[in-house]
Design a protein around this ligand. Structure first.
Ligand SMILES: Cc1cc2nc3c(=O)[nH]c(=O)nc-3n(C[C@H](O)[C@H](O)[C@H](O)COP(=O)(O)OP(=O)(O)OC[C@H]3O[C@@H](n4cnc5c(N)ncnc54)[C@H](O)[C@@H]3O)c2cc1C
Length: 495
């Protein structure tokens, strides 16, 4: 066992550079002098952290939340926070017939059967309780339901003000109920006692995340070492790892070239800490992509690579298209994302031309009066681009597309009527479905015996196996909310 002196030496400059040894955490806390003590320490400050914290402080539990970044909220503040809820007040008011079976079927379809049933049921059965609890904390929802892709009925509520408003409201509630929060405080390591129970964490206060480092977790040595003790539990609400290019390229080389719209702090450091004390890594190779544009509109245009050539059928879902794009970029050895091009007819055929117009206003999509302007802007060979467009039009006339696109679906779209509209089609890794495996009470299980690691919980995007192959739209928020509440309830059982 490490003496206190050696222990301090061991964590100095830890930056997770220590070798990863499953179930072999040296961090046994017998001789440690703790700088802070709380009933529950929550790592992370997104929606899963905040809902769990709100539930605990409402029940008079002393909670310390820590966040490594200089501002709170992680990916949760970037999100619209569309939230799928079964049998919400809005569904009942609108007379929408929904059921557990229908919702489960939708989750299974998106998850392609890779998703764990018990977690799907946890989300479905507890979504309304979580929604009502969030409302009781002051979170506001619009008085209308969204009927989102992949759902059989309208069941998603819309958070007024999106993730930013949700987090600031929950944070106010947390602080009002005596919750404590420390920003720029990074959890580096989990502390166990001799029985293996988790009793606290070692952290660095005044931690300054450095976006210029290739890998902040391994290279950043900033901050002052401290040790925090948790009387009841440590909860990892540390989100995904979509910004960790190094790690995601190891678990799935296809993810190397993906962009990510996620917050900069989405790295794999916290996941590695849990693995180090024996957590089970689950479905780390899976991915969920987003596009800057609704994928159902791509069919009205053509996608070309940096050689101005088409390479796929534009009719597809975001996962399928993203995988094809990334595979093609690997094949032609480029880091340049393809371009999606519409002519004026294809643009007008889109499901929501006003939304397309908003992409232009936001500068994401550009309008060009001539093909030449478009080619110049994206550094494409004009002659090659022109030939690609002509070939596509010839295909339309012959009702035979080179990439087997079902041309009966494109209405009267063409590829010759100026003005043209174009934008980069970059698959954005916005969510990582993999993480550590937890039971339905969100206790992290030990890889050596599949029993809970005492005192350790994981919630929200930090967990894996919940959504399977592709997470259904608007289902991370009910996952984060229901897992946060399930975790809080389990902690309260032990009080
Ligand atoms: C642009 C965008 C839009 C989205 N829209 C939706 C939507 O409409 N509906 C939906 O269901 N889902 C949506 N999602 C997904 C959803 O928002 C996220 O999955 C969810 O917010 C994750 O919440 P979380 O609490 O698990 O993690 P996060 O909100 O990511 O919080 C994790 C926090 O932990 C911190 N952290 C990590 N490691 C440490 C450490 N070692 N020490 C201290 N702190 C640490 C991070 O800095 C971060 O702040 C969207 C995602 C994006 C990117």
């Amino acid at each position: 066992m490490l003496s206190r002196r050696n222990f301090i030496k061991g964590v100095a400059g830890v930056g997770l550079s220590a070798p990863l040894a499953l179930n072999a955490n040296d961090n046994l806390g017998k001789d440690i002098k703790f700088d802070e003590i709380a009933d529950v320490i929550i790592i992370g400050s997104g929606v899963s952290a905040h809902i769990c914290a709100a539930y605990l402080v409402k029940n008079k539990i002393d909670v310390l939340m820590i966040e490594k970044m200089d501002r709170i909220g992680g990916n949760s503040v970037l999100s619209q926070q569309d939230f799928a809820v079964l049998n919400s007040d809005l569904q009942i008011k609108a007379g929408i017939k929904d059921s557990e079976e229908l919702f489960l079927n939708d989750l299974n379809k998106a998850g392609a059967g890779y998703n764990h049933l018990e977690h799907s049921l946890r989300i479905i059965r507890n979504s309304n309780e979580a929604y009502e609890f969030a409302k009781s904390c002051g979170v506001k929802y619009a008085d209308k339901l969204k009927f989102l892709g992949g759902h059989s009925v309208a069941r998603s509520v819309e958070t007024i003000g999106g993730g930013g408003a949700c987090i600031s409201t929950l944070n106010e509630f947390f602080i009002k109920h005596n919750g404590k929060i420390k920003n720029e405080t990074k959890c580096d390591e989990i502390i166990q006692d001799e029985s293996g129970k988790i009793i606290g964490v070692s952290v660095r206060e005044n931690y300054r995340f450095n976006r210029n480092l290739a890998n902040d977790d391994r290279e950043n040595l900033s901050g002052d070492k401290k040790h925090y003790k948790a009387r009841l539990a440590v909860v990892f609400a540390t989100g995904g790892f979509s910004r960790d290019i190094e790690f995601r390229s190891i678990v799935n080389p296809r993810l190397r070239l993906a962009k990510s719209p996620s917050s900069l702090g989405q790295t794999a450091g916290a996941l590695k800490q849990m693995l180090k004390v024996g957590a089970i890594p689950t479905q780390l190779a899976l991915s969920r992509f987003s596009f800057g544009i609704p994928t159902e509109d791509l069919i009205y245009g053509i996608m070309v690579d940096c050689n101005a050539k088409r390479f796929l059928n534009e009719d597809g879902d975001r996962q399928g298209l993203s995988n094809k794009i990334l595979a093609h970029m690997e094949k032609i050895n480029t880091t340049i994302y393809p371009i999606i091009i519409f002519d004026s007819i294809g643009f007008a055929n889109s499901h929501d031309p006003n939304r397309m117009q908003s992409f232009i206003t936001a500068g994401k999509m550009k309008k060009f009066d001539s093909l030449s302007d478009l080619a110049n802007n994206f550094k494409l060979n004009e002659n090659d681009l022109s030939k690609t467009m002509q070939d596509y039009e010839t295909g339309i006339s012959n009702n035979k597309d080179e990439f087997k696109k079902d041309l009966s679906k494109i209405k009267n779209s063409s590829m010759s009527k100026a003005p043209f509209y174009a934008m980069t089609a970059a698959p954005g890794l916005s969510y990582t479905p993999g993480g550590v495996y937890a039971d339905i009470n969100m206790r992290v299980l030990n890889i050596s015996n599949y029993e809970p690691i005492k005192g350790l919980y994981a919630i929200g995007e930090a967990t894996g196996g919940v959504h399977g192959q592709s997470r259904l739209t608007s289902c991370s928020i009910p996952d984060c909310m229901t897992s946060g509440i399930a975790c809080a309830k389990d902690i309260l059982k032990g009080v």
